[in-house]
Design a protein around this ligand. Structure first.
Ligand SMILES: [Zn+2]
Ligand SMILES: [Zn+2]
Length: 168
């Protein structure tokens, strides 16, 4: 009823054309090859499903969707594919909500800011060089380093804050 939110930064996965999706997967395959790894069919399918799902997927949702295209898929197969994609920097795990998202930028080994909506669970990956650089020097000054590339921030998304305003 509300339709798709029109506010996602840069490339909202939901708006990818088939050609853009193909280019995304080709780039991912090339990224793996450069690292001496291979984007096998199951890994490619998992990445495709993550990329199509704006805002991330829980593992069980992902498994259901994989089974629709590959009925023989088992949870260990899907988890192994996810681990591979995360190792390659092609996907991220959001610990706060236990969700998986396709990486939304090209520099897969660099950190990203992940806005996680506490109401609907939507995840938005942002690349903000200035914010990341400021954060890195603040962390360093405090004697800490990032434990992983996913910097999670709890932030209510626009559609949820809009829905709330309408309800009042
Ligand atoms: Zn990323
Ligand atoms: Zn939300």
């Amino acid at each position: 009823m509300a339709g798709l939110p029109q506010r996602t930064p840069m490339n909202d996965p939901a708006t990818l054309t088939p050609a853009e999706e193909q280019a995304f997967l080709d780039e991912a395959a090339a990224h793996c090859r450069q690292r001496g790894a291979s984007l096998t069919p199951i890994r490619r399918e998992v990445l495709t499903l993550l990329r199509r799902q704006s805002g991330g997927l829980k593992a069980y949702d992902l498994l259901d969707r994989i089974r629709a295209v590959r009925p023989s898929a088992t949870p260990p197969t899907v988890y192994r594919a996810l681990d591979f994609l995360i190792d390659q920097g092609l996907a991220h795990k959001i610990g706060r909500t236990n969700q998986f998202v396709a990486c939304n930028h090209d520099c897969h080994d660099e950190a990203g800011l992940f806005l996680v909506c506490p109401r609907c669970g939507r995840v938005t990956e942002l690349r903000d060089e200035a914010a990341l650089a400021a954060l890195a020097s603040t962390l360093e000054a405090a004697g800490h380093t990032l434990a992983g590339p996913e910097i999670e921030i709890s932030a209510v998304c626009r559609s949820c804050s809009g829905a709330h305003a309408n309800a009042c």
